[in-house]
Design a protein around this ligand. Structure first.
Ligand code: G
Ligand code: G
Ligand code: MN
Ligand code: NA
Length: 256
């Protein structure tokens, strides 16, 4: 209950901020983009994880407003980095979108406004959706995704393999990127089932002509396995955890 009333004021009190986790090309070791990850700085509890507060925001219906703030803040960040020569128009920032947000009729306008107001190329933004979103209303989801993709934004399927959707949905959705969930990456070098699952997911992505990004890569062995199976992009502690904006900018600067 207190969490709810605290969240009600969090936007006005400017308690939300974004962290950025770099995404890397494994072959060249170059930063090719990042994922924006939301944080809540609570005055007493400190920094709260989205795992705790996103479901509460969803329950309150507040995720739509916070999601719009996130979109706008992320696009403004890209604008700022471009102005400072830290970001090129071939780099992509991933933004997580909750099902409730996506199902709003205004969602496309929110995305377009955020990108236009920031004056950035639409191709610099990738929207990460989850399987939860596509269970219902597949037709409607496909229509909306196509509208947004025509504008130039790409779509990733996040946490792939952890939801309930069938492969037939995956085949029909106009996706660009499949993110291999970290739960399969974690025990890659010790669990032969996980290794088989990852290999299968990567083969399927290749057939569906989807780019792949592996998540939660912490170890050299995991990276080597992924590379050997054709996954050339990753994010994870092995390269960098999610960083506060100043740290992320310093990393981009050193990386040039
Ligand atoms: O950053 P980790 O940093 O703890 O993120 C945990 C979970 O929260 C992830 O599943 C991630 O997809 C989700 N998440 C992070 N930022 C956002 C956001 O801006 N919007 C939504 N809907 N989910 C987010
Ligand atoms: O959106 P998504 O569910 O993919 O959120 C990514 C989550 O994974 C965030 O909570 C982020 O902090 C976390 N994360 C990123 N890299 C690693 C990693 O290498 N290991 C682990 N255990 N978690 C990671
Ligand atoms: Mn994500
Ligand atoms: Na994920």
């Amino acid at each position: 209950l207190t969490m709810e009333s605290d969240l009600r004021n969090a936007l006005d009190r400017e308690q939300f901020f974004l962290t950025y986790q770099p995404q890397v090309d494994a072959a060249t070791n170059r930063i090719i983009g990042a994922e924006a990850l939301l944080r809540w700085h609570h005055p007493v509890r400190g920094v709260v994880s989205p795992v705790e507060f996103i479901p509460v925001l969803e329950g309150m219906g507040l995720i739509v407003k916070v999601g719009e703030w996130t979109l706008r803040a992320a696009c403004r960040a890209v604008r700022d980095w471009m102005d400072r020569g830290l970001w090129t128009d071939s780099m992509v920032l991933g933004i997580n979108v909750s099902p409730q947000q996506f199902s709003q009729p205004e969602f496309f306008d929110q995305v377009r406004q955020a990108i236009d107001d920031a004056g950035i190329p639409a191709r610099c933004i990738d929207l990460e959706i989850t399987e939860g979103m596509v269970i219902n209303e597949v037709e409607e989801t496909i229509i909306r995704m196509n509208q947004i993709r025509e504008f130039g934004v790409t779509f990733s399927i996040d946490d792939f393999g952890t939801g309930y959707s069938s492969l037939s949905y995956l085949k029909r959705l106009p996706l660009d990127v499949l993110k291999v969930d970290q739960s399969f990456v974690r025990d890659l070098s010790t669990d032969s089932n996980d290794a088989a699952i990852v290999e299968t997911i990567l083969a399927m992505a290749r057939h569906l002509k989807l780019e792949t990004i592996a998540e939660g890569v912490e170890l050299e062995e995991q990276l080597e396995f992924l590379k050997s199976k054709g996954c050339n992009r990753y994010q994870g502690y092995y390269f960098s955890p999610p960083l506060r904006v100043e740290e992320f900018e310093a990393l981009l600067k050193n990386h040039q």
